[in-house]
Design a protein around this ligand. Structure first.
Ligand SMILES: *[C@@H]1O[C@H](CO)[C@@H](O)[C@H](O)[C@H]1NC(C)=O
Ligand SMILES: *[C@@H]1O[C@H](CO)[C@@H](O)[C@H](O)[C@H]1NC(C)=O
Ligand SMILES: *[C@@H]1O[C@H](CO)[C@@H](O)[C@H](O)[C@H]1NC(C)=O
Ligand SMILES: *[C@@H]1O[C@H](CO)[C@@H](O)[C@H](O)[C@H]1NC(C)=O
Ligand SMILES: *[C@@H]1O[C@H](CO)[C@@H](O)[C@H](O)[C@H]1NC(C)=O
Length: 594
């Protein structure tokens, strides 16, 4: 209930700030070539990141981020701190990181803690696994002897997820959710496949065990078969089971692209095959869609950032593309000339806008606009820190494997006794005995209260803070605006069938299409570029609070519009993008209806 009131407060704070010494704020002037500059700025960014974290305080839970963040963000943040240590060797946060990573393992040491069964998805578990996998690859200090090893934890997550591979629907893939009582159980999303794929690929590289590589290949093939990765190497968000995953939710997010880049880089390094090189080159080409600004070299969350629609999860995604592109330079050194300019330009831009907050150095979420957008949070801080660190990637130690000095001890059967506990949607009965009548009545009352609060919340969210009409006047206006929004749904749905014709690609010379490298038939590539979403401001789905890291407005956000760049004009500025997309035939589909 706090959020609706944040607007006026922020305005007030902003006004006070303008009146005060705010204009004296000095932005970070990052020199990406200087280790000293990178480490000192990253140190400040890390300190400011930790200012959001309370997990070490008395009575708090290690590893758990504060409201409004979900559990997975704790894993993402611990991962960022592992990166911070790898790049800087500053051990200020090593104990905090270890404590967080080891506290959340759950009773089977596989990142399925009981407290999270109402929200945990495969992707969420996957972000914790990504963090411990990095810890293994960097020889990050291990926990006590009686605690699980980094590698063992990563293997445990792999084992539980491989056991959940769901051939019964859409020909394979992981569901988004682990537990069938959670919203999103019927969704198969790219990030769940992406975290599993990259984990499998990294385990193959680290351990030399081909079983992991086979799972990575299987996941890749499924993504290509279903065209979750299309022939232009764009990675879309996912699709729903009821229509056999045929209606693809067309959002492109940096983390989806990043997760597949990471896995493909590990597979390339492991196999040294032209096949994986071609796939990796293609994905890197596809990821150019996320680099905008005057020189198309500043990372942007194109689906939501230009129109101020990114939620707290999405504001962290750039951290992972930065982290995983940097790892790609390690595993595929030939990509340096292509990736380094993008990472460096983005880092300079990211650092330059860290002028927010009381200390005048908090990072906002928009790098390509040259000014702080007034937002701050774990995601913003993590993203700016990781892109800054990435400038030093070639000066860091190689990523280790068990053959090159990695010492984390494996446990190939980890999580073993529990591999099947959620298989095919069976809830973990052992942990959850049937409810008694009393519990059920209690649950019903609780549900009623929750729904009541939710409706109240929706009402407040719907109220337009900026409107000068009072609440009652706004209620009177509701039927007409709701009807208008509903009317747009079929239009958006109809537009989805012509996705291909609108969704054009800028395909550089010498890059194989996904179809060429994979098994699907070759089709002619289309010139052009997929342009970011244009969202018409509306009260629908504002401030929406989601159960996990799904696209904003999911499953329907009828107000999302997409614009299409003319071929050869992919370098349009974000200000231009946000004024485009006003024709109805340019509406990009929202997610299909259930
Ligand atoms: C960093 O080094 C590169 C290559 O050595 C050079 O082209 C670039 O101008 C340098 N950047 C800065 C900010 O000094
Ligand atoms: C689970 O929640 C309880 C109650 O808040 C807390 O005491 C405990 O530390 C939590 N465990 C984990 C692993 O988060
Ligand atoms: C569902 O999709 C999968 C994967 O594309 C395919 O193999 C399967 O035949 C489809 N099933 C139906 C009933 O269309
Ligand atoms: C694989 O990664 C290692 C370590 O980062 C690197 O030295 C090697 O050149 C990479 N192999 C290929 C084929 O790029
Ligand atoms: C390779 O990994 C698989 C899957 O975890 C495991 O069953 C197998 O025992 C491993 N093989 C070796 C030689 O460690």
């Amino acid at each position: 209930m706090m959020r609706p009131f944040a607007g006026p407060w922020r305005t007030l704070t902003a006004l006070l700030a303008v009146a005060g010494p705010a204009r004296l704020a000095v932005a970070y002037d990052l020199d990406p070539n200087s280790t000293e500059s990178v480490t000192s700025i990253a140190k400040n960014m890390a300190d400011d990141l930790l200012s959001f974290y309370k997990g070490d305080e008395p009575g708090q839970t290690p590893g758990l981020p504060p409201d409004p963040y979900f559990w997975w963000m704790g894993g993402a943040m611990m991962g960022a701190l592992v990166e911070y240590w790898y790049y800087t060797k500053d051990d200020s946060y090593v104990e905090t990181t270890k404590r967080g990573l080891l506290f959340q393992v759950g009773k089977y040491d596989d990142y399925m803690p009981d407290n999270q069964t109402l929200t945990e998805g495969n992707d969420d578990q996957g972000f914790w696994a990504a963090a411990v996998m990095s810890a293994a690859e960097y020889n990050f200090p291990e926990g006590r002897d009686d605690q699980p090893s980094w590698l063992g934890l990563a293997q445990a997550v792999f084992n539980t997820q491989a056991a959940r591979w769901d051939d019964a629907h859409c020909g394979g893939g992981l569901r988004w959710q682990i537990y069938n009582w959670n919203k999103g159980w019927d969704y198969k999303n790219s990030i769940s496949q992406g975290t599993f794929f990259s984990l499998a690929a990294r385990l193959a590289l680290y351990t030399g065990n081909d079983t992991y590589a086979d799972w990575a290949t299987k996941t890749w093939d499924w993504m290509i078969d279903l065209e979750f990765i299309d022939k232009w190497w764009y990675v879309y968000d996912g699709a729903h089971i009821p229509n056999n995953c045929t209606e693809i939710v067309p959002w492109q997010f940096t983390y989806n692209s990043g997760a597949f880049i990471l896995g493909a880089a590990a597979m390339y390094n492991y196999t040294e095959s032209d096949e994986w090189k071609g796939r990796l080159d293609g994905l890197l080409e596809g990821a150019k869609v996320f680099f905008r600004g005057p020189n198309n070299d500043i990372m942007q969350e194109v689906a939501c950032e230009p129109v101020d629609r990114c939620n707290v999860d999405q504001k962290s995604f750039k951290a992972y593309l930065a982290r995983w592109m940097a790892a790609t330079i390690q595993w595929y050194p030939d990509s340096y000339d292509r990736l380094s300019p993008l990472l460096r330009a983005s880092a300079v831009a990211a650092a330059a806008q860290c002028t927010g907050g009381a200390n005048k150095r908090m990072c906002g979420s928009k790098w390509s606009t040259q000014k702080n957008d007034g937002s701050e949070g774990i995601g913003q801080q993590m993203s700016a820190m990781e892109i800054t660190l990435s400038c030093m990637i070639t000066k860091r130690d190689p990523i280790l494997t068990s053959d090159t000095g990695g010492t984390s001890e494996g446990d190939p059967g980890a999580g073993g006794s529990e591999i099947g506990r959620s298989r095919n949607g069976e809830p973990p009965k052992k942990d959850y005995p049937p409810m008694t009548a009393g519990q059920r009545a209690g649950a019903a009352i609780l549900t009623t209260i929750v729904i009541g609060l939710l409706l109240l919340g929706i009402f407040w969210l719907w109220l337009d803070e900026t409107s000068d009409k009072g609440p009652l006047d706004q209620i009177r206006g509701l039927p007409s605006s709701a009807a208008a929004a509903a009317a747009m749904v079929p239009i958006a749905g109809a537009a989805s069938s012509s996705r291909e014709s609108q969704f054009m690609s800028e395909k550089g010379p010498g890059v194989q299409t996904a179809a060429e490298a994979g098994t699907t038939p070759v089709e002619e590539p289309v010139p052009g570029v997929a342009a970011p979403a244009e969202v018409k401001r509306s009260s629908v789905a504002r401030h929406s609070r989601r159960a996990s890291n799904m696209p904003l407005g999911w499953p329907h956000n009828p107000s999302i519009r997409w614009s299409v760049a003319e071929p050869g004009h992919s370098g349009q500025s974000s200000s231009r993008e946000s004024t485009r997309g006003t024709d109805d035939d340019e509406i990009r589909p929202a997610a299909p209806a259930h």
